[in-house]
Ligand binder design. Structure first.
Ligand SMILES: Nc1nc2c(ncn2[C@@H]2O[C@H](COP(=O)(O)OP(=O)(O)OP(=O)(O)O)[C@@H](O)[C@H]2O)c(=O)[nH]1
Length: 468
């Protein structure tokens, strides 16, 4: 994916800042060099890279890190903010009636994106229609029709007509019931005059509310010229970057966005109609840097905390950090997790918890289903305070007693103890790998809800990029 190795190489460089509270000019140089290397390799325009690195350098040295922030945190935050700034805001796509015109070179992914976007709008509750005006490429009609069938959205095209402008006009009339019209246009191998004049005519006919340029992520510096020319002829409001699921570099597309002063609206991440994402700058860069999706995570945790409420008690998440992970902690975690949604998704959003670490966890760690949780809770209700505090001390006689008391099988009691051990082990790996944001987030949760840390500590592992 775009700039793929930026995250890992940058993390490596940032590791050299471990333990430092002040940052030197040489430190910043190193970090900046790494960023430059990755961005240039990913085909981002040189002058953009230089501007960005100058800003990172300047800010890292001039700005006073907030109290309690490590040098590493400080620099990472600036890098993050500057990268978010580089990719810019997401194109405004209001959920209302509108006409969208798609432009782009042949094979960039216009037809696929038209169907995907229509699917996306339909999921947002709007009624979309795709109008296919590509009379240039044989097969475009059938492809669009098939994709729209799969997306379960309305489609208009006319394989017997060779006038794209006429198709566009008739298409708008024929689909007048639709709320969102997506007009797909023909591409060419290269920018040619007849392509430009054709799209200008279609533009005048459909009078779109926004025109989006579809760019293949693999496009390099050529993106710049393309973007400028389409921008001059029909005005580009936003960009759709396709094929981000491949090995593409994507930097060219970023450059084009900057060049046309436009923004990114959607990302294409596969060949199926559902493989589309609305572009969210913060999430995009967080993932890029391997930081997990901090923003989404924080929001979700906060929501979960509100739902969990602050009924009790003397439970202290900080104790967990000190290594005392009791069954009470586990109970709290299970509750919070329950409120947060599927564990897999949560783990994807936790800094440093991307695929690798998650894959290393035993399958069982992910498999705390609601049903199992309920059984666990019933079992815990039959345990004494002392057993809850020190589950490792629970022997066979106690297992038998707890099983009898809770009406569960002995096997289930042992399963609970096993699950606790596993979570405790995972937590141990996690210790020390948490600093800055994570700790602050935990403190915040502790202060606001007292309710739990949303399953994070127990399931965490490895070092997030904020970890010192
Ligand atoms: N892997 C992957 N493939 C994609 C994506 N978007 C489009 N494709 C593929 O790219 C190829 C070209 O896509 P089209 O949608 O036909 O491109 P187009 O711009 O409409 O092409 P013309 O009509 O010839 O101008 C097709 O094989 C698509 O399946 C994507 O996000 N990921």
């Amino acid at each position: 994916m775009v700039l793929d190795d930026l995250g890992s190489s940058l993390r490596g460089t940032l590791d050299t800042l471990r333990g430092k509270s002040r940052i030197s000019e040489e430190d910043v140089e190193e970090v900046v060099k790494e960023i430059q290397r990755s961005l240039l390799q990913a085909d981002v325009d040189v002058s953009l890279v230089m501007d960005l690195s100058d800003r990172i350098k300047e800010r890292s040295l001039d700005e006073e890190p907030p109290k309690g922030t490590t040098a590493r945190d400080h620099v990472l935050r600036i890098v993050y903010e500057e990268l978010v700034d580089l990719v810019g805001e997401s194109t405004d796509i209001p959920l209302e009636e509108q006409t969208i015109l798609l432009a782009g070179l042949q094979g960039s992914g216009k037809t696929t994106s038209a169907a995907k976007m229509a699917w996306w709008f339909s999921k947002k509750g709007l009624r979309p229609a795709v109008i296919q005006t590509d009379t240039f490429r044989p097969g475009a009609y059938d492809q669009a029709k098939e994709m729209c069938r799969r997306a379960e959205v309305e489609f208009y095209g006319d394989p017997d007509c060779d006038d794209p402008v006429q198709i566009a006009r008739e298409g708008l009339e024929a689909t007048s019931d639709a709320e969102v019209h997506i007009v797909d246009t023909a591409g060419r191998h290269a920018l040619e005059d007849d392509l430009i004049s054709e799209i200008e005519e279609i533009d005048r006919t459909v009078d779109p509310d926004r025109s989006l340029l579809v760019l293949d992520a693999a496009i390099g510096q050529g993106a710049k010229d393309q973007a400028s020319q389409f921008d001059e002829s029909i005005g580009i409001d936003g960009v759709v970057i396709t094929k981000l699921d491949g090995t593409a570099k994507g930097g060219g597309a970023l450059t084009a966005v900057d060049q046309t002063d436009s923004s990114i609206g959607f990302l294409g991440t596969g060949e199926e109609v559902k493989d589309i994402e609305r572009f969210e700058p913060e999430s995009f860069i967080s993932r890029l840097l391997g930081m997990g999706d901090l923003k989404q995570l924080t929001e979700r945790v906060e929501r979960a905390m509100e739902e969990t409420g602050d009924e009790e008690d003397d439970w202290d998440p900080e104790d967990m950090l000190k290594g005392e992970f009791t069954l009470k902690d586990m109970q709290k975690q299970l509750e919070a997790m329950n409120n947060m949604g599927p564990l897999d998704q949560i783990m994807d959003m936790i800094p440093g918890m991307g695929g690798g670490i998650k894959d290393q966890l035993p399958d069982d760690a992910m498999d705390v289903t609601q049903d199992r949780m309920r059984r666990f809770e019933i079992i815990m209700d039959s345990m004494t305070e002392k057993e809850m505090e020190n589950p490792r001390g629970v022997g066979q006689t106690q297992v038998e007693r707890i099983a009898r008391g809770s009406g569960c099988a002995e096997e289930e009691v042992r399963e609970l103890l096993q699950q606790h051990k596993m979570m405790e082990r995972t937590l141990k790996q996690f210790q020390g790998g948490m600093d800055g944001d994570m700790q602050r987030m935990m403190k915040k949760m502790q202060g606001e809800g007292g309710g739990g840390m949303g399953g994070m500590g127990g399931m965490g592992g490895g070092k997030g990029p904020f970890g010192d």
